[in-house]
Design a protein around this ligand. Structure first.
Ligand SMILES: Cc1ncc(COP(=O)(O)O)c(C=O)c1O
Length: 406
């Protein structure tokens, strides 16, 4: 059951105060220092657009005060080294590399796994690496990207991969060198057994495997498998601290020590070598400890609350006659707005009137929303009731490729 927060405790704008900084020599003494490190009491708790809207917590600020502030390009920063080692251990990989974003992690991984052209990357057509990384795979690796539409509309299967993979050395073709899978994708879990089938096939054909696991935490917390179980099937895995876990910045890339060495090199080349990143990695470690928890199955952190809330949102929409684009498996609920005769713009407007930030047809229930569950559900109930009491508000179809950001 979710921990609830009284509505009056939700601070949707403006700073809070804490005594945290009064422990720092030279900082403003004694008096409380205004700050925004309020976590689930901040604006993120009523923002259901994305789990990227989680805001950092007071405990992260405390950890930052205690972090080391040495040079990570020289690999001398203990807080950063500890985080990388901890994540390598938790995922069962040899080494970890802290990177500034999920995009940076994915791009460094692909750059490191690909060597001599011609080479191709095979992935789901909805993948973040092709849809939302500014064409980085093409510009940074020069790889030919081939996308696949999963026949079950949820996740790629071995049969989907086999139908599209390019094998052999035909001089006309661009051979598949990396299969890049995303888990979760649109909040849906790719089952461990299917990943294993694809990984076995990939190994048999000398193809590398990358996982965009920005939200692999969510797959683990849903009970689909542990982090080491999933990560064992990939050469490289990116996982984000700054989404459902709530850290302000950063992701981890894990893989073999050799691959991480190569990725570290490329990270330097694109300006991602960091001097004193302890303040980022300290916050990231708190995010893992609190939101995912200490065990690799994610069963004792806060993420499960977010999944429970997503189910409640699903039930609420269904009870009013609503349909869905995708099943709810983790922290995302995809409303079929067309079937409800509602435009995304109208939903966002109704959300604003109810004090909720909504966008598109996706409702994301990150843990800071879940800690405010009763308040959010009652506001959503008002929004959903209004949607179904209105006539059709759907306007002209949008021209151009769709994006969850526009
Ligand atoms: C599945 C997935 N991968 C990668 C990323 C990239 O993360 P970042 O925004 O930190 O670059 C995102 C961002 O939302 C994502 O959803």
């Amino acid at each position: 059951m979710s921990r609830s927060l009284s509505p009056s405790a939700v601070q949707t704008s403006g700073p809070s105060t804490t005594r945290a900084l009064s422990t720092v020599p030279g900082a403003v003494p004694a008096k409380e220092v205004p700050n925004s490190w309020v976590g689930h009491k901040g604006p993120g708790s009523l923002d259901l657009r994305s789990d990227t809207q989680t805001t950092p917590t007071a405990s992260m600020l405390q950890a930052i005060i205690a972090c080391t502030l040495r040079d990570d390009v020289m690999r001398e920063d203990q807080t950063t080294n500890d985080l990388e080692a901890y994540m390598a251990k938790m995922t069962g990989k040899e080494a970890g590399l802290f990177v500034l974003s999920g995009t940076m992690g994915n791009q460094l991984a692909l750059r490191s796994l690909l060597s001599q052209p011609p080479y191709g990357v095979l992935c789901d057509h909805r993948s973040h690496i092709v849809q939302y990384e500014a064409g980085g795979v093409s510009s940074l690796t020069g790889a030919h990207v081939k996308t696949v539409v999963p026949r079950n509309n949820i996740y790629l299967t071995l049969e989907d991969i086999q139908a599209s993979v390019v094998l052999g050395d035909d001089v006309h073709a661009c051979p598949t060198r990396v299969i890049s899978l995303e888990n979760t994708l649109n909040g849906m879990v790719m089952p461990l057994a299917e990943v294993r089938r694809i990984a076995d096939f990939a190994r048999a054909h000398d193809i590398r495997m990358h996982c965009d696991g920005a939200r692999l935490w969510e797959a683990a917390a849903s009970g689909a498998g542990t982090l080491p179980e999933f990560c064992a099937l990939f050469d490289t895995v990116t996982m984000c601290f700054s989404k459902g876990l709530g850290a302000p910045v950063g992701s981890i890339l894990v893989g073999t020590a050799d691959t991480m060495k190569r990725a570290r090199w490329t990270r330097k080349a694109i300006g991602g070598g960091l001097r004193q990143p302890g303040l980022l990695t300290a916050a990231a470690r708190v995010a893992v400890d609190e939101a995912f928890g200490p065990t690799p199955d994610g069963q004792s952190g806060l993420l499960r609350q977010a999944h429970e809330l997503a189910k409640k949102v699903e039930e609420m929409w269904a009870a009013k006659g609503g349909k869905f684009i995708h099943p709810v498996e983790t922290n995302m609920c995809w409303l079929d707005l067309d079937a409800a005769g509602c435009s995304a713009a109208r939903l966002a407007e109704l959300g604003r009137e109810a004090g909720l930030t909504l966008s598109g047809n996706r409702i994301v229930t990150h843990y800071q929303v879940a800690m405010n569950a009763e308040e959010v559900l009652s506001r959503l109930d008002r929004v959903f009731t209004q949607v179904f009491s209105e006539g059709s508000t759907v306007t002209e179809p949008k021209v151009g490729a769709s994006s969850m950001y526009t």
